[in-house]
Design a protein around this ligand. Structure first.
Ligand SMILES: Nc1ncnc2c1ncn2[C@@H]1O[C@H](COP(=O)(O)OP(=O)(O)OP(=O)(O)O)[C@@H](O)[C@H]1O
Length: 377
């Protein structure tokens, strides 16, 4: 019943605001009343407005007992503009953005600083993810929403910025269809396309991580970012759910799945300071197919559209991904949360731009298991 009344009021508020040509400030004030965001007839009082190029920020004193409330989200529809609501230092902040995000942004191939990747455009401008600050990332999203495009964007931009210092270990559980064509690039050390190869790939990464650990200990290093070591190693998993054992697998197969899940957890737990970064992509994250340690150690979580609020909570620890509404639209969650449009990149573009890094197929380095020595310093 409450829901019905609440829904009716919200619909009325949206209708009324559209009909009366009021300023955003007026509309917000009316909305407080209409949706019952008040205490004993006292509604929030506007205390400050701050204008920027991209938004207008309204700051309110609120009566004691009121905090930010999900029902204020109705303002998005009342104002027909993107709105961000937060409660900071006992004040209510309502940020009203001037523009909707574009539905398509082409990737522009502009280099950035070292390990910073332009993963999206938010209402506030470009979002750069710095893999030296936040080493591990999870990426979730239903089919055809943009996970693989984002993984390829990260891959391509890392090579653009650091062609001589980046190396990749890729577990492409779409049978190698997505990353197989890049396996001859000098930066790509391994492309695994099934669980047997994933086991070998991860075992090889683990050996290297242990090697790094011994080296760091001997040198007294704590974190790669405080050393002169330029090399960074990226482990990319596309469709991590394929590493979940099920009752149809044999005992032998299950052992392999368990090993892969355990090793990904270990990599996320110990290797960040040593220069290895894990990016774990997964269609529909559940507690079974998103290894707990990977989730806990990934301080950056990205989600494209997911089917349910529950899946959104597993992926990014809060609701919202179930409401995203076009391919390439995602939530980027670190200590902050941003809605962004991921730049679009296609395979042809990557092959043309990065083709120079293809090593000759005659070279012994071109097998899917190139085990180059790691260079330090
Ligand atoms: N950033 C983007 N901007 C606009 N369109 C996009 C973007 N990313 C993906 N798309 C569209 O969605 C399609 C599917 O993208 P992608 O291959 O990344 O899906 P996916 O999430 O990996 O799905 P699946 O898990 O089924 O492979 C693309 O071919 C493209 O048409």
């Amino acid at each position: 019943m409450d829901l019905l009344i609440g829904g009716g009021l919200a619909a009325f508020t949206i209708y009324a605001a559209a009909k009366w040509q009021k300023s955003d400030q007026d509309k917000i004030q009316h909305t407080f009343k209409n949706i019952g965001y008040l205490v004993k007839d006292k509604t929030p009082k506007l205390f400050k407005t701050t204008r920027s190029d991209t938004y207008m920020l309204y700051t309110y004193h609120v009566p004691f007992g009121l905090v930010d409330d999900p029902k204020l989200q109705v303002l998005e529809k009342v104002l027909n503009k993107p709105v961000k609501i937060s409660f900071v230092n006992t004040k209510l902040h309502i940020k009203v953005f001037n523009q909707q995000l574009p539905k398509l942004i082409d990737y522009d191939w502009k280099p950035t600083e070292r390990w910073n990747i332009p993963i999206g455009k938010s209402y506030n401008g470009s979002i750069l993810h710095d893999f030296d600050k936040i080493p591990h990332m999870t990426i979730a999203g239903m089919t055809r929403q943009g996970k693989t495009v984002l993984l390829k964007l990260i891959f391509a931009h890392l090579i653009l910025n650091n062609p001589d210092d980046v190396e990749f270990y890729i577990i492409d559980l779409k049978g190698g269809l997505e990353f197989g064509e890049y396996e001859n690039m000098k930066q790509v050390k391994f492309v695994a396309s099934d669980v047997d190869e994933a086991e070998q790939c991860l075992s090889s990464v683990m050996d290297k991580v242990k090697e790094d650990m011994r080296y760091f200990k001997a040198k007294g290093y704590r974190n790669i970012v405080d050393t002169k070591i330029k090399r960074r190693r990226f482990v990319i998993v596309d469709e991590g759910a394929q590493l979940t054992p099920s009752k149809h697998h044999t005992k032998e197969q299950r052992k392999k799945f368990d090993y892969c899940q355990y090793t990904l957890g270990e990599i996320s737990r110990i290797s960040g300071a040593l220069g290895t970064r894990l990016i774990f992509g997964n269609q529909y994250p559940t507690v079974d197919n998103l290894p707990r340690e990977v989730k806990q150690n990934s301080d950056a979580k990205i989600s494209f559209r997911l089917p349910t609020e529950i899946a959104s909570r597993v992926a990014i620890d809060e609701h919202g991904a179930e409401k995203l509404n076009n391919a390439g639209r995602a939530i980027y969650r670190t200590h902050e949360k941003h809605i962004m449009q991921v730049p679009y990149i296609d395979d042809k573009d990557i092959s043309e731009r990065l083709g120079v890094y293809n090593v000759s197929s005659a070279s012994p380095e071109t097998t899917s298991r190139r085990e180059d020595t790691v260079e330090f310093g």
